[in-house]
Design a protein. Structure first.
Length: 397
């Protein structure tokens, strides 16, 4: 049912959007949903909180833009090539960052964002520096509304692919090892799980989807700035979206992106470029976290479970007359069962006696007849006919 609802919403939203601005806001929300789902590969399966995924998205965007502008690649070929490059770069980054845990990993991920921001701002000859990088539109013949519509469907397809991949990993042996790692990494390692290898694989997978989301944003928006592409706020938004919706669920980051992304776009439109939109978003998140600390979807699931359990185990009030009738019926049923058992036992004993008597009667009669015949042939002890008394005595013998 959630898959059907999501598909219908994505297919119908471009037709229902009242103007191109609302449609472009929908693309921004889908971009957040893709990036938050990609972040959930690391945060949901391993429990590692990364604030550096904004840097991976920026790398994907700049790699796509540079391959289009400098190397002359077609737009979507450059998108795939940029994702491969970021995945390859994520291997040494992951080998260095995943050796630490907890707060140390968070600090390392923030340092990655700041280092890349300085590099891409300073390397103006390649990246354009503070002037930014302009990426040509992949569909130059389309008007801006049609351009938004095409990229909305592209983002919807990328989101579906990310959700499907997360679902497959969640039900695989690899996902089971990641969950064991999340619950207790030392015990999982002691039981033979290759924890570091698993962490590195899922980090590279997360970086690939993050780079695809960032590259698609570069092709859609067409203007890249290091300050916005390599921002710690982007990574913070992704963490908050995943935590808000439910970090260990499939649709949690999507729900969080719908709430936070829509709120961000609304507050930006209401408060302009002032920092008030951050304050309003922070207040909204504080309220939700206080009410639903585990996320929206886990809270709804827990409430539904409690409701079902209460309805199934509730006590129905009965009157004294109903209770008396129930006890009388139970007592009658018990006494009837006892009488049935006694009758069955008596019938079994009588049948056994009758069968024993029937088994000995024919033999006794035959013996008496044989002895009487022999007595008559022998003359009955002197040839005298048998008297009734002798016959009775012989029969008794």
């Amino acid at each position: 049912m959630p898959v059907v609802v999501l598909a219908v919403a994505i297919l119908s939203f471009p037709s229902l959007a009242p103007n191109p601005y609302i449609l472009s806001s929908g693309i921004v929300v889908l971009n957040y949903a893709v990036l938050a789902t990609a972040w959930n590969f690391v945060g949901g399966f391993t429990g590692y909180i990364s604030l550096g995924h904004g840097a991976l998205a920026g790398l994907g965007g700049y790699a796509t833009g540079l391959l289009v502008t400098k190397a002359g690649m077609p737009a979507f070929v450059a998108l795939i090539a940029a994702a491969v490059l970021v995945a390859a770069l994520a291997v040494p980054l992951g080998m260095a960052a995943l050796r630490v845990r907890g707060a140390s990993f968070v600090i390392v991920s923030i340092a990655l964002v700041l280092i890349l921001l300085l590099v891409f701002q300073s390397w103006a000859s390649l990246t354009g520096g503070s002037r930014g990088l302009v990426v040509p539109r992949p569909f130059p013949s389309l008007l801006r509304p049609e351009h938004h519509r095409v990229f909305f469907f592209l983002y919807g397809g990328l989101l579906a692919l990310a959700l499907l991949t997360w679902w497959i990993v969640d039900r695989s042996r690899f996902g089971l090892g990641l969950k064991a790692l999340r619950e207790d990494e030392d015990k999982a390692s002691a039981l033979g799980t290759p924890t570091f290898t698993y962490k590195l694989i899922v980090f590279v997978l997360s970086a690939t989807f993050t780079a695809l989301g960032g590259g698609l944003y570069a092709l859609w928006f067409g203007d890249l700035d290091p300050v916005f592409q390599f921002s710690v706020l982007t990574g913070s938004y992704l963490v908050l979206m995943a935590l808000l919706g439910g970090v260990r669920s499939l649709y949690g980051p999507l729900v969080g992106a719908l709430v936070v992304g829509t709120a961000l776009e609304y507050f930006k439109g209401s408060f302009g470029n002032t920092p008030l939109h951050l304050v309003a978003t922070g207040v909204l998140l504080a309220v939700v976290v206080l009410v639903m600390p585990d996320g929206v979807l886990p809270a709804l699931a827990a409430g539904w479970s409690r409701l079902r359990r209460t309805s199934q185990t509730s006590i129905r009030e009965v009157t004294a007359a109903e209770l008396r009738d129930q006890r009388t019926s139970a007592a009658s049923a018990a006494s009837g069962s006892a009488r049935s058992a006694d009758s069955a036992g008596f019938a079994g004993s009588a049948g056994s006696a009758a069968s024993g008597a029937g088994a000995t009667s024919p033999g006794t009669d035959a013996g008496v007849s044989e002895r009487a015949s022999a007595h008559e042939r022998s003359g009955g002890g002197g040839g005298k006919p048998d008297s009734p008394g002798r016959r009775d005595q012989e029969a008794r013998r």
